[in-house]
Design a binder for this molecule. Structure first.
Ligand SMILES: [Zn+2]
Ligand SMILES: [Zn+2]
Length: 244
């Protein structure tokens, strides 16, 4: 098996009608993790794996659309599965909000604060981080396993690039909150055009756009992103699977 990315939710900044916020299941031959756990993603995650098989959770930043289902996962582990010390990697700001919402992190979770020198191994999967251009401390994630590299932008404005990782990227999952007509409205997010242009300049091989705001037409995002990237991009959809 190569590395498999399953979209659990991809609605940008708030849930859409019947649509979960950001969360991605990443499975390598010897690791199963989720990257972000926004509202609705815990329900969708259980269509793909048993929660007992989750090795770790990575949370990109403290905005609620990226982590609040950690609260439901805590209840599932405490009362249904009796699991403790499940590794969670996130920013200090996310930890503070999670402690407040959950009332505790231990014993369910063993939390490790991230910084952009963090280098984490989970089974055969290694994770590296890069601080993005966003409203709060936010980390993009580079995931390497089985000879392939996936990268996730998390949320970012145009002041960050996949090139920050300094390695070739086989598949990049990039936020594209807006269409070009709204560039500048949320200055620390990207349009599909900006995402395509940045990924092209960074030498990304395959590009998947995500975190589209609910009112955004995915066909227009795909068209604007593809024109800027120079070849066809994909747009994330719930339960879509990408194998690298
Ligand atoms: Zn977001
Ligand atoms: Zn955000």
């Amino acid at each position: 098996m190569a590395v498999k990315l399953t979209v659990l939710g991809c609605s940008g900044s708030f849930p859409g009608p019947g649509a979960a916020c950001s969360g991605y299941l990443v499975q390598s031959p010897h690791a199963t993790i989720v990257v972000d756990l926004g509202s609705g993603t815990l329900a969708n995650l259980q269509r793909h794996i048993d929660l007992a098989d989750l090795d770790a959770i990575v949370l990109s930043h403290a905005h609620p659309d990226h982590w609040v289902d950690l609260a439901g996962l805590d209840v599932a582990y405490r009362y249904a599965q009796g699991r403790e010390a499940v590794p969670v990697y996130g920013t200090a700001g996310t930890r503070q909000r999670a402690e407040h919402l959950l009332g505790h992190l231990k014993p369910t979770f063993a939390w490790q604060d991230l910084d952009d020198t963090s280098h984490i191994s989970i089974g055969d999967l290694t994770l590296d981080f890069s601080a993005t251009d966003h409203y709060v401390e936010t980390f993009a994630v580079l995931m390497t396993a089985d000879g392939v590299r996936l990268a996730y932008s998390a949320d970012t404005g145009p002041g960050w690039s996949f090139a920050e990782f300094g390695v070739p990227i086989d598949l990049a999952l990039c936020e594209a909150t807006f269409l070009a007509e709204r560039e500048g409205e949320g200055i620390l997010h990207l349009s599909a055009r900006q995402a395509g242009s940045m990924a092209r300049d960074a030498g990304v091989d395959r590009l998947v756009l995500t975190h589209l705001e609910p009112r955004t037409d995915p066909a227009r995002s795909r068209a604007e992103g593809s024109a800027a990237f120079g070849r066809e991009v994909s747009v994330a959809a719930e339960h879509a699977v990408f194998v690298v």
